[in-house]
Design a protein around this ligand. Structure first.
Ligand code: MGD
Ligand code: MGD
Ligand code: SF4
Ligand code: MO
Length: 714
């Protein structure tokens, strides 16, 4: 080979082997594991691989979803241009045309039907900056009261309960590093081994250190495998079970009298209520033997440290708030909070489920966890935004109630960013009809989701590989996602889209941001002095300190790893105990002759929420490519349902068809269906529209259904 040929060969070989790396955070759950995408290019193709990056929360771990996240972000079905619906088809248009379209339709709707005829619907995947901006967009650019977000279905019960009991809602009151030294841990309605898999080792370490773990769940799951005691309760009966536990704790003198006296209010009323609680009745309601209730209560009572974690199993109920309050009663009467390895954790779900509920995309909220109906809060935020307080709308309604407002004709248009309500809302058939009724729907997404199909206009949004910003993980740790990959096609970031629409609507002066850091700096000031105070957090600090736990009120403040060491956040510094009834005030679905089985819903390891992202990932879709009904073999046989066969499930609200999966891990009176699939497999077609009266979370975790094998009905 000549010298020249060799040189040619070498340079080309180098070109073929070019490697680029992109730092980011996982687009899925609240652990927000740090990761890096490695892009290797050869002459003919490109290869991608995701590897983990060390950080204090996930400690260098990734689960199967994170490892394959790039498969959806790089998927050929990513939307790359604005799409306008013309004669039922989506056609590519320019950004200028898209913005003009929005201006014409938004203006027309508001001048014809009033300011509140437009609504905004957000999501917990948006960064803090984007969630903040979306709230500002609704109130300042559109001047509508109708804004809410998907976190309403997720964290609302736990958030309300913590606000009521403690005066503050930060998912975990302690950092994860305190779990391994806790002596007794109660996990209620959480399948964290599949839903926050990289969190599991903290509990394994606790077990190695001798902790006693109690898991409360109607099913045996990956999480119950680590339990010393699994309380396999009847769905929807957590409040009653907590009453049983409290009864034993009080009767057997496990109450921390000093703590109760100094740091709580309401004990006498609680004690009186518990005197009337009958353990036999609790056994009947929950299906848990008295002996097991006693064992759990004694174990938690006698250990010097203990923690309680809750997730959607107990929270997504029409008595979600009160059920959580009753679990908080247990922590408070035993004095197991505000001390090392003692505390509460509402295990947040979405990547930015925590931050998403702090900065104003919730109907009743303003940034920093301020309240939109509080006059001082309104004044403070109006000043920061440079608007007249009188122009700041009041509180709107919750996410599902917006669907009812559409049906009522009150809401005519919607701007939807980062959610797929047609699949994720309860009473899904009604919700689909609502979307069909809208006069103008703009959806901002990476894909044409089931909801986006109803849109008049779809705007292409950037992914976790491209979109820089902060997200607050389940610890309450604010993290900086330093994404830097170039957006594909004409994709824009959510924050850019909000700013550009605001400019088009003549509100540009309120949205003159040139970077996400600019937005964060405004958010810092807007949150200053609020409950979720981010003022002391800066991008530089986030880079240097690898995340900071809020509240962080000043630049010199270290952040708050453990809450409530000396006081709670109510004005008298005390926490509030409250008697909780065994039964929900909003009647729960109950089984009957016609609908003889409890249905509960939830997740599997490989898929995320409505599956728009994970169903695009070949590695994940290969693990579960369709939905299923988990059913006990004895129950299945009773209804002549073979394993692995098609089953029709019917509730008062609708019907779906999924494949059976026999499993001895579930109660005989209960079936389980995940909600990651759409259309005829969309389990939300079966869920009723009852909401918790306080926080408006739907009862996703309990419905009454009947089942039949599909071959018989054919
Ligand atoms: N793989 C995966 N991980 C995820 C997600 C995902 O979609 N997929 N989503 C993320 C999000 S947004 C969230 S909110 C979290 C959700 O995380 P989790 O709340 O842990 O998940 P779920 O599967 O909804 O429900 C948890 C458990 O509640 C149980 N359960 C059902 N009914 C009851 C009841 O009445 N009482 C009790 N005590 N338990 C009950 C179910 O059997 C289930 O095992 O996960 C996050 N992580
Ligand atoms: N039956 C039943 N139903 C449930 C639940 C249950 O346990 N059972 N759980 C509820 C819970 S906890 C939750 S959190 C909700 C979630 O339900 P949804 O809000 O519908 O959540 P996703 O499926 O994540 O939908 C997010 C959409 O936004 C897009 N997206 C993702 N990231 C971004 C982004 O950064 N920007 C933009 N513009 N778009 C983005 C995705 O492509 C997807 O189409 O579902 C609820 N519904
Ligand atoms: S899904 Fe959650 S646990 Fe898994 S890699 Fe992503 S952030 Fe981590
Ligand atoms: Mo969630």
């Amino acid at each position: 080979m000549t010298e020249m040929l060799l040189k040619y060969f070498r340079t080309n070989q180098q070109k073929w082997q070019a490697e680029k790396t992109y730092d980011t955070q996982c687009p899925y759950c609240s652990m927000q594991c740090k990761m890096q995408l490695i892009e290797q290019s050869s002459f003919t193709n490109k290869k991608y691989k995701t590897i983990s990056k060390d950080n204090p929360t996930s400690q260098g771990r990734l689960c199967i979803k994170g490892l394959n996240a790039h498969q959806h972000a790089l998927h050929k079905e990513r939307i790359k241009y604005p799409l306008l619906k013309k004669d039922s088809e989506f056609v590519q248009i320019s950004w200028e045309e898209a913005l003009e379209h929005i201006k014409i339709n938004f203006t027309r709707i508001q001048s014809e039907y009033g300011l509140n005829a437009l609504s905004v619907y957000g999501g917990g995947s948006l960064t803090n900056e984007e969630a903040y901006l979306l709230g500002k967009f609704a109130r300042v650019s559109l001047k509508t009261k109708y804004i809410d977000y998907n976190g309403r279905f997720c964290m609302a019960a736990a958030a309300t309960a913590a606000n009521q009991a403690f005066g503050i809602d930060r998912g975990l009151t302690n950092s994860l590093s305190e779990i391994p030294n806790s002596r007794c841990i109660i996990i209620v309605g959480s399948n964290l081994a599949e839903c926050q898999p990289t969190m599991t080792p903290y509990f394994h370490k606790a077990k190695e250190n001798g902790a006693y773990i109690i898991v409360i769940d109607p099913r045996e799951t990956e999480t119950t495998k680590m339990a010393d005691l699994h309380l396999k309760l009847k769905p929807g009966t957590d409040a009653a079970l907590a009453n049983g536990l409290l009864k034993v704790i009080i009767e057997e003198n496990f109450v921390d009298d000093l703590f109760v006296q100094d740091r709580t209010n309401g004990f006498p009323e609680l004690e009186k209520h518990l005197n009337a609680v009958d353990l036999n009745e609790i056994e009947q309601i929950t299906g848990i033997e008295i002996e097991h209730i006693q064992r759990a209560a004694r174990k938690f009572g006698e250990e010097e440290s203990g923690m309680i974690f809750t997730a959607r199993g107990v929270e997504q109920q029409t008595d979600g708030v009160m059920a959580v309050r009753n679990l908080l009663n247990i922590l408070l009467v035993t004095g197991k909070i505000g001390k090392p390895s003692c505390g509460y954790g509402a295990i947040t779900g979405q990547g930015n489920g925590q931050g998403g509920r702090e900065h104003g995309q919730k109907a009743d909220q303003l940034p920093g966890y301020r309240l939109i109906d509080n006059e001082e809060h309104r004044k403070y935020i109006s000043e920061i935004w440079g608007i007249n307080e009188k122009d700041l709308p009041r509180k709107g309604v919750s996410a599902y109630e917006m669907m009812e407002e559409i049906h009522r004709g009150e809401i005519k248009g919607m701007f939807l960013m980062g959610s797929n309500p047609v699949v994720s809302n309860p009473n899904a058939n009604f919700v689909k009809e609502a979307f069909q009724k809208l006069k103008f729907l703009v959806v901002v997404d990476m894909f044409i989701s089931e909801t986006a199909r109803h849109a008049d206009l779809i705007l292409p949004s950037s992914s976790y590989l491209e979109d820089e910003g902060t997200l607050t993980n389940l610890e309450g740790r604010v993290t900086l996602r330093e994404a830097s990959r170039a957006c594909p096609g004409e994709v824009k970031h959510d924050w850019q889209i909000i700013c550009e629409i605001s400019h088009t609507l003549g509100k540009g002066k309120y949205f003159s941001f040139t970077s996400v850091e600019d937005i964060f700096n405004e958010l810092r000031v807007a949150s200053r002095g609020g409950i979720a105070d981010y003022y002391g957090i800066t991008y530089d600090r986030l880079r240097e300190e690898n995340g900071i736990l809020w509240p962080c009120p000043s630049i010199n403040h270290q952040g708050s790893k453990r809450l409530f060491e000396t006081s709670f956040a109510h004005s008298d510094e005390k926490a509030v105990l409250i008697p909780v009834s065994n039964y929900s005030t909003v009647s729960k679905e109950n089984i009957s002759e016609e609908y003889p089985l409890y249905l509960t819903t939830g997740r599997v390891l490989a898929h995320y929420l409505t599956g728009v992202q994970t169903r695009k990932s070949s590695a994940l879709a290969a693990r579960n490519f369709e939905s299923f009904i988990e059913i006990h073999p004895s129950t299945a046989m009773k209804y002549r349902i073979q394993d692995n066969s098609l089953v029709q499930i019917e509730s008062k609200k609708g019907k779906i068809i999924v494949r059976s999966k026999w499993s001895k891990h579930i109660r005989q009176d209960t079936v389980f269906v995940p909600f990651h699939w759409a259309e005829t497999q969309n389990v939300n077609c079966l869920i009723s529209d009852s909401l918790d009266p306080t926080c408006k979370i739907p009862g996703f975790k309990i419905s009454a259904v009947k089942i039949s094998p599909i071959d018989i009905i054919n």
